[in-house]
Design a protein around this ligand. Structure first.
Ligand SMILES: [Zn+2]
Length: 199
């Protein structure tokens, strides 16, 4: 079952040398909003089956500032490593910070968490749903790269369902095992018990 995918424009392809090797870089944006997303990939993915795919929603604090409040940065790095080892796969980096509530609201949610609320209750008390992310645009990327089927890198059963529904091309799932630390142990426990993450 395919959902309606938005109209999307892709940039030209450029090289991105990283400590994990040389990736290809393409930016893309939907006509529906002004968000500029990113594809970071290795290998010739056209007509390939079981391509490693990480659909990663931006987490500025985790991805850039090495936050220990969540496991986003570690999941991103683990994905880069796995793709580099296989010399094949793609990270679809989506600008939807804080499960879609944006950076400003995320920091307000963190302030509530400082007072003892968990990640979900904090979002709810600011008037947001548990998860506002939208993954329809992933279909555009999968079609753009010509990927035949996906091996999804995730611990999130809801994301497995969503990506399977929007792309119709899910082949298998590869969990990302991240060791908890004292700062994110409660956060990971909430994800496991309330969101059924495979941790
Ligand atoms: Zn995060």
């Amino acid at each position: 079952m395919k959902s309606k995918s938005p109209k999307v424009t892709f940039s030209n392809k450029a090289k991105l040398p990283t400590k994990y090797g040389i990736f290809n870089l393409v930016s893309f944006k939907s006509e529906e909003d002004s968000k500029e997303h990113l594809i970071v990939y290795m290998g010739e993915l056209s007509a390939k089956k079981g391509v490693l795919v990480r659909v990663h929603s931006e987490c500025l604090t985790g991805d850039v500032f090495n936050s220990l409040k969540c496991d986003c940065g570690e999941q991103l790095e683990a994905s880069l490593k796995m793709i580099s080892e296989k010399q094949e796969g793609v990270i679809i980096y989506l600008k939807q910070e804080g499960r879609g509530i944006g950076l400003f609201n995320k920091v307000n949610a963190y302030a509530l968490q400082d007072q003892g609320l968990d990640t979900i209750t904090a979002n709810h008390s600011l008037g947001f749903e548990t998860d506002l992310r939208n993954f329809d645009i992933v279909t555009n990327v999968v079609d753009f790269l010509g990927i035949e089927s996906i091996q999804l890198l995730t611990n999130n059963p809801e994301k497995i369902k969503t990506i399977s529904n929007v792309t119709g091309k899910l082949n298998s799932v590869q969990p990302l095992r991240i060791a908890p630390n004292p700062h994110n142990a409660d956060y990971l426990k909430t994800k496991k018990t309330q969101l059924n993450h495979m941790l």
